[in-house]
Design a protein around this ligand. Sequence first.
Ligand code: FAD
Length: 383
Amino acid sequence: MDLSLTDEQRMWRSTAREFLDKEVVPFRAEWDRRESVDTAIIPRLGEMGFFGLTIPEEYGGLGGDYITYCIGMEELGRADSSVRGIVSVSMGLFGKIVLSHGTEEQKQQWLPGIAAGTTIGCFGLTEADSGSDPGSLATRAVKDGTDWVITGSKMFITNGSWADVCVVFARTGGPGPKGISAFLVPTEAKGFQRTEIHGKLGLRGQVTSELAFDDVRVPAGALLGQEGQGFSIAMHSLDKGRVSVGAGCTGIIAGCLDAMVDYAKERHQFGRPLASFQLIQEMISETSVECDAARLLTWRAADLVERDQPFTVEASKAKYYASEAAVRAANRAIQLFGGYGYVDEYPVQKYMRDARVMTLYEGTSQIQKLLIGRAETGVSAFL
Ligand code: FAD
């Protein structure tokens, strides 16, 4: 399924796939087993332009459109969701937040490094006691002269231990979403501690960390946007992040489909290829339809972003559908592979483990349904 892509978009897809097939796919099982990608891949991805896809050329990026971005995220998801997550969080969540809400000085300070893949960003919203309800977060930032002093902690932060800078959401006012502000905090700041979380089901090649802030002092210029705007800044970034997750999940489904088709043609039982059995074709056809549907929902949201139109609900629908479909696709792929699907000689069990988190992070499926339900009925089920 291709729609009417431009020549540049088609070329980007084939360049991205060729690079990832050579420099990521052959190593992903090994990275998964040892719980870390070879971090040398990060600057290589920077050289190829993955980190600068939607960052304007004046800040060192490619200045690409949002469909091109989705093509990049889909190819990364197809190759290795751990790698997709590293890029998606550094450029998609951190880079875009600076681009949308930063001062010129903040953009000049952070974006060229992010676009090159030489600076890694992370996004610190979730806490041990506030996940789906980030408006209740407890990390505090208190003014001391013109500085801010941050205390508290964050949980499950992608790139946390590798990042050079983190956007930290902290309470500067009273309870609830309106009391939250956002800060750009260098991870080398005194009192900034990071602890890696091990034993994840999937996304084992990327680092996920717990962060602690023990009186971390930042200057006034670290405040992103206005005081009290932090919650809306976070929600706005997550809307865009959900388009990226939708694209990454489309890549997982596409990867499962390719693996299923190849295996069904080569594996014989009862003297015939698996592909000749109707029940096998059912699994392949369901996956094929869901792959197209996930991509179309994602590209619709991306097209709205590109045209500067409201896209919150469309991003929720894309993220919800594509993530649930990715789990279904990976589950079917394991079924089709039989016992061979259960071991990591083939990519399908990694697709299953990586897909599983997609219905949880950047807003769980339940939260997406509440957002979609609120848009349909005009009634909020959140409170
Ligand atoms: P909870 O909010 O406790 O939810 C538990 C269950 O209750 C879920 O099924 C949820 O859907 C359901 N639930 C909650 N509220 C409602 C409701 N009102 N109605 C119905 N059901 C409800 N966070 C970051 O800030 N930055 C990151 O980079 C980041 N990376 C992550 C990477 C990984 C690998 C993981 C696992 C998580 C990451 N997260 C990150 C955190 C992630 O966004 C949260 O885990 C997610 O938002 C869910 O929060 P929770 O885990 O606290 O679950």
